[in-house]
Design a protein around this ligand. Structure first.
Ligand SMILES: *[C@@H]1O[C@H](CO)[C@@H](O)[C@H](O)[C@H]1NC(C)=O
Ligand SMILES: *[C@@H]1O[C@H](CO)[C@@H](O)[C@H](O)[C@H]1NC(C)=O
Ligand SMILES: *[C@@H]1O[C@H](CO)[C@@H](O)[C@H](O)[C@H]1NC(C)=O
Ligand SMILES: *[C@@H]1O[C@H](CO)[C@@H](O)[C@H](O)[C@H]1NC(C)=O
Ligand SMILES: *[C@@H]1O[C@H](CO)[C@@H](O)[C@H](O)[C@H]1NC(C)=O
Ligand SMILES: *[C@@H]1O[C@H](CO)[C@@H](O)[C@H](O)[C@H]1NC(C)=O
Length: 644
């Protein structure tokens, strides 16, 4: 049985003195001590630490103004595209009676419609075919030729009543629709050619992008979509995705080409067209994939905004010409932009929907990007949340998620608005949302690849890594265990500046990676930047003493462990994210030596609004504790210096 001895009383005495000392420190400084922060970092690696932030707190709450978003179109849609017996039809979906009432007309014969089919030659040249005229008469359905872009306009005398543009995607031939669904490469001429005799399965790649959505704002504004991803999909959520450039272009061009915006200039500046940029869809096309590209808002188009655009259609399906023909209501700044009573958001969703029968049957590289509204408004995500749940559910129901690797992503966070002016808003601008969704069978077939993917969820990553990931998806045999091991070994033997800027997410991203080796400019770098402090810095001393106090509190129930005293602070740094100019949050990392026992500990505390919070655990460093035989609690073992 344990009997308190003299040492024990000495220990109590010391503890009392230490507590008084700590109390004295509190009283004599204006710094309050807050509770410990458990998960202090999104990324906590040798090369990069990124501080964790809240999805929601009272301050952020004050920026949430969902009721201010109006969403919907003033006009009504008149027509929808329909397929009957393998042919395209334009069908009136609004009741003719309502149309007549809306426009105060007596007879449908008073309305005359024009159909203008277009062909796209380049982003700046569209050719119109012969115009077709007709009255709005039963059965209110018109067969249209298989041209892709069709503008429809309806008049009463000279007055325009309705105008819209429709985009047609030819469905797969009937005989293919009747076969059981299996994915085969498209072979010209013979549509029933058997699959290639390769041992690896085919996998499609899909990029579903929402412009200007930070990871945290996604969780905040689109909780239904986030829940669906987290609960219903085999996925990895990324917490250390850092933007590499100011706006959409530099971030996405790095993903599509593996090269920076500056490096891409040589492909287009001189010839003034974007066709020669080495977009990865070209490699997929060469490998027998079909390609599809759609953006909902042409004014912010990736290859056209302050860029010359494409001299010839870049992908098999290309939405832009349809968007160009639209007479849009509302500008970029508007919360709702419509064409003929349909939201731009929905027009792109409709394109995806029409592609699904093809995607069930052929490998596809597809790239869909939504920016209307969401690009401008911090709270906009909330009004499209349900739509994206529907989209994801549809991808799952049609089997697309079982044959496709999906990047559900953004390019950067909100770039303006009141929230952007806060410290957290500034950080979030640099940290976009990214989830990767993979077919469940990949985990069985490529267990190491998926384990690595998961292990990178708290690594510093960029769109350059996504590019390398897509390269691996192009050749699935590169995901075999022996290949991955060999590549990891080579990668992990590189150091410092040799670390490649793009690393496939199927490999373990090196823990020593920094913003610099990832090609992230200092101006956007979320990793902490260290500034050395004097060893007698007042805050550093307080951090050390506070850490020691909490160690001694932990040891308090264990009288066999002697209380520790501060011998010296041996190093002290303060750190803020590279990107920040203001310093709302500052981390202090202090290393100190204790007696008795001569152990070194390291601790980090975060100063927020004059309150100091211990961030994470206090770790013992340098060498293992070899004087802890008296305690069996593994958590406390590093701290305990045994009395005997
Ligand atoms: C489709 O074909 C069937 C049989 O040939 C025919 O009865 C039907 O009217 C056609 N539908 C349309 C919309 O043309
Ligand atoms: C647009 O393309 C057509 C067909 O190729 C061509 O004849 C015409 O000259 C082009 N127009 C312009 C402005 O480039
Ligand atoms: C797929 O690609 C082939 C070859 O380029 C092309 O002929 C075909 O129209 C494409 N099909 C679809 C559905 O995009
Ligand atoms: C998913 O794809 C795998 C591999 O192609 C196939 O074996 C499996 O049957 C598919 N599962 C479903 C539910 O379609
Ligand atoms: C990385 O550091 C080198 C040397 O200091 C510098 O020349 C380069 O510009 C840096 N790269 C980035 C992306 O900041
Ligand atoms: C523990 O062991 C290390 C290495 O064996 C030695 O350098 C150190 O002085 C020892 N520390 C204590 C507290 O005994």
């Amino acid at each position: 049985m344990f009997w308190p001895d003299e040492k024990y009383f000495r220990k109590i005495g010391l503890a009392v003195i230490l507590s008084c000392l700590a109390l004295y420190m509190y009283v004599c400084t204006d710094i309050d001590i807050g509770p410990k922060i458990e998960n202090a970092y999104f990324v906590n690696n040798a090369g990069c630490k990124i501080i964790a932030m809240d999805v929601m707190n009272p301050e952020i709450e004050s920026y949430i103004k969902r009721s201010s978003i109006r969403y919907g179109c003033k006009q009504n849609a008149w027509f929808a595209t329909r397929i009957f017996n393998g042919s395209w039809y334009l069908e009136l979906i609004r009741s003719i009676d309502e149309i007549l009432i809306d426009h105060n007309l007596d007879s449908e014969r008073d309305i005359k419609c024009f159909y203008d089919p277009y062909k796209s030659i380049s982003d700046w040249n569209m050719t119109r075919y012969r115009r077709i005229k007709s009255h709005l008469l039963p059965p209110y359905r018109w067969k249209v030729r298989a041209s892709v872009y069709l503008r429809v306009s309806c008049f009463h005398l000279k007055k325009l009543l309705h105008e819209d543009v429709h985009f047609f995607i030819q469905p797969p031939p009937q005989e293919l629709l009747e076969q059981p669904v299996s994915m085969k490469k498209w072979v010209q001429g013979s549509k029933t050619e058997p699959a290639e005799s390769t041992s690896e399965p085919l996998i499609s790649v899909m990029i579903l992008g929402l412009d200007s959505v930070s990871h945290l704002n996604f969780l905040r504004q689109m909780p239904r979509t986030a829940n669906f991803l987290r609960n219903e999909m085999s996925h990895v959520e990324f917490w250390g995705y850092n933007k590499v450039g100011l706006n959409t272009f530099p971030n996405l061009i790095a993903m599509l080409t593996g090269e920076s915006a500056e490096e891409n200039e040589k492909y287009w500046k001189k010839i003034q067209r974007m066709d020669d940029c080495p977009a990865i869809w070209k490699d997929f096309k060469k490998a027998g994939y079909n390609t599809s590209f759609g953006e909902d808002y042409p004014g912010a188009s990736l290859f056209n905004y302050l860029k010359p655009g494409f001299g010839s259609t870049p992908t098999d399906q290309y939405l832009r010409p349809a968007q160009k023909l639209m007479n849009r209501r509302g500008g970029t700044r508007s919360q709702t932009t419509c064409s003929g009573g349909r939201l731009l958001t929905d027009i792109l969703l409709e394109m995806v929907d029409n592609m699904l029968p093809h995607m069930q049957r052929h490998p596809f590289f597809s790239f869909y990007w939504w920016s209307q509204g969401i690009h401008e408004y911090f709270n906009f995500g909330s009004v499209i949340d349900q739509r994206f749940v529907r989209l994801l559910r549809r991808l799952a129901d049609t089997g697309i998620t079982n044959n496709t690797f999906i990047f559900f992503m953004s390019d950067h966070g909100s770039r303006w608005g009141p929230f952007r002016r806060t410290f957290q808003g500034m950080l979030e601008d640099n940290q976009p949302m990214l989830f990767t969704l993979y077919p469940k069978w990949m985990k069985k077939r490529y267990p190491l690849a998926i384990r690595n993917l998961e292990s990178n969820s708290h690594s510093l990553i960029t769109t350059y890594d996504m590019h390398e990931t897509m390269r691996d998806l192009l050749h699935l045999d590169s995901l075999q265990e022996n290949r991955l091991k060999q590549k990891s070994w080579l990668l992990w033997n590189l150091r410092g500046s040799e670390t490649p800027r793009g690393v496939s997410l199927f490999l373990p991203v090196p823990s020593w990676r920094t913003c610099n080796t990832s090609n992230i400019p200092v101006a956007y770098c979320l990793c902490q930047k260290l500034t050395p402090l004097q060893l007698d810095d007042r805050t550093a001393m307080l951090v050390a003493r506070n850490a020691l106090l909490s160690i001694n509190q932990l040891l308090d129930p264990y009288p066999m462990c002697l209380p520790l005293e501060l011998k010296a602070v041996v190093s002290a740094y303060s750190s803020v994210p590279h990107v920040s100019h203001e310093h709302d949050k500052r981390d202090y990392t202090v290393r100190f030596l204790t007696i008795p026992g001569g152990a070194y500990f390291e601790t980090t505390s975060r100063m927020t609004d004059g309150v100091l919070y211990q961030a994470g655990e206090i770790v013992r460093i340098m060498h293992r504790n070899n004087n802890s035989n008296c305690i069996s609690d593994l958590k406390l073992e590093p701290y305990c210096y045994c009395a005997v």
